[in-house]
Write a protein that binds this ligand. Structure first.
Ligand code: FAD
Length: 408
């Protein structure tokens, strides 16, 4: 059978394959999506290798505020309590817009639920370790450099070990891109679409904790930007922000300016100390034309990500990994089953997230909505629980629910 590398320009190059490994699934990237996918597949009996460009624990640009619903996803993988040492429970997020403040809280049929402030370095490392313990082979310092295709089907990948500099070809029934918002896999497949709106620069840094901000997070919306504060383990505070892209000043200047423009944030941070460098990602987000095809799937951010304001990145990474695990283990038309499950799981929540993005782009309208939520705790809880993946997003999108939030 003729094999060829599918390179970044979509050209095929024939090559001699010297070392070849045969797998059921090759997972590219050991972030939350890749590690949970690999753990689920290995637990289901598949032979799985994950290649990860970095070495855990590695930093990740993230505001580290995770949806309550990650608990169910991690329980399913047999992780029950292990991850909680890299997390603190948070009652919710206070949403500030202008002079308005609405508490976003969460509940399911059994009562109140908490979100989680994470330390991504240890959280992600713990997930990768769990994948290894579950039977997946984890190869760190190993980067995917090209896909191996045979006609129209992806058959494997060429990977490069950063320590030895050597390339290896790995054949697999399925290659899964879990390589994040700057996915090489989606780029090589030609399914990337540009991020047109919103185009934002994400900046994050850890600060020493703030004494009276330990049991919830805060989101402060400014004009064209926002800043989030989330307590993280070890008594630290994650200060994360999304700023317009059209400004070339140094990140540190822009970071300081955003804080200064929001007096409530500046007050919170007075006396607090920055503990880490300011890390950035731009543009925030990723768009793709498709999430599956012959021999390939994309999970987590590689399959698309809008913006962290509605807090679904990590949960969506875990949930999409579950959808991919189930589709691969069931066999049959894997790509169609995976696409259909993604639609079921994400379509309504995506519509809600885009609605929130619309308000974020119109500060006066956002302040009005936050004012309404402030005086209607029931509506705030319904919206929070939908954003926290605890009740269907359609509940927050019904005409009655929308009217309750919008009517003057
Ligand atoms: C500024 C900002 C703030 C955010 N805040 C939040 C938040 O508060 N809450 C939330 O839920 N989400 C948040 N997110 C989103 C969240 O970080 C992502 O949704 C989540 O990390 C997705 O997980 P993943 O496994 O898909 O990708 P990632 O976590 O990005 O992991 C991808 C992995 O792939 C590896 N990799 C990349 N290329 C290759 C390659 N060629 N070969 C091998 N390995 C490779 C990387 O090293 C990395 O380890 C935020 C994102 C940004 C940018």
């Amino acid at each position: 059978m003729a094999l060829g590398d599918l390179d970044a320009k979509g050209r095929h190059r024939r090559h001699a394959v010297r070392r070849m490994r045969r797998l059921d699934v090759l997972v590219v990237g050991a972030g939350p999506a890749g590690s949970t996918l690999a753990a689920g597949l290995a637990r289901g009996g598949a032979s799985v290798t994950i290649v990860e460009a970095a070495t855990h624990p590695r930093p990740k640009v993230c505001a580290e505020y995770a949806s309550p619903r990650i608990v169910e996803e991690l329980d399913r993988l047999g992780m029950s309590g292990d991850w909680r040492s890299s997390a603190v429970p948070l009652n919710g997020m206070d949403l500030h817009a202008g002079v308005r403040l609405a508490p976003i809280r969460y509940a399911d049929a059994n009562g109140c639920r908490t979100a989680w402030g994470l330390d991504r370095r240890t959280f992600d490392a713990g997930l990768a370790e769990h994948a290894s313990r579950s039977g997946a082979a984890l190869r760190e310092q190993t980067r995917l450099v090209s896909l191996i295709a045979d006609g129209t089907r992806v058959r494997g990948a060429r990977v490069r070990d950063a320590r030895s500099g050597r390339d290896e070809v790995m054949r697999a029934d399925w290659v899964v891109g879990a390589d994040g918002a700057r996915s090489t896999v989606s780029h090589l497949l030609g399914v990337d679409r540009g991020v047109r709106f919103p185009r934002r620069l994400g900046l994050v840094a850890h600060y020493s904790g703030v004494a009276d901000l330990t049991d919830h997070g805060e989101m402060h919306a400014g004009r064209g930007f926002y800043v989030g504060l989330a307590p993280t383990p070890g008594g630290e505070l994650n200060v994360g922000m999304a700023l317009p892209m059209n400004d070339r000043r140094p990140a540190a200047d822009r970071f300081a300016e955003a804080i200064a423009r929001l007096p409530a944030v500046a007050d919170r941070l007075r006396g607090s100390r920055r503990l880490t460098p300011i890390r950035g990602a731009a543009p925030i987000g990723h768009r793709v034309a498709d999430s599956a095809g012959a021999g390939w799937l994309l999970v987590g951010d590689a399959a698309g990500f809008v913006d962290p304001f509605t807090g679904e990145g990590i949960h969506r990474a875990l949930r999409s990994a579950r959808a991919a695990t189930d589709a691969i283990l069931a066999g049959g038309d894997v790509a169609s089953a995976y696409r259909a499950e993604r639609r079921r799981a994400f379509a309504a929540k995506s519509a809600l997230s885009w609605l929130v993005q619309g308000f974020l782009a119109a500060p006066a309208a956002l302040e009005h909505v936050v004012g309404r939520l402030e005086s209607r705790p029931g509506a705030a809880l319904r919206l929070g629980s939908a954003l926290g993946d605890l009740r269907p997003a359609t509940d927050a999108l019904s005409p009655r629910a929308v009217l309750e939030v919008l009517a003057p």
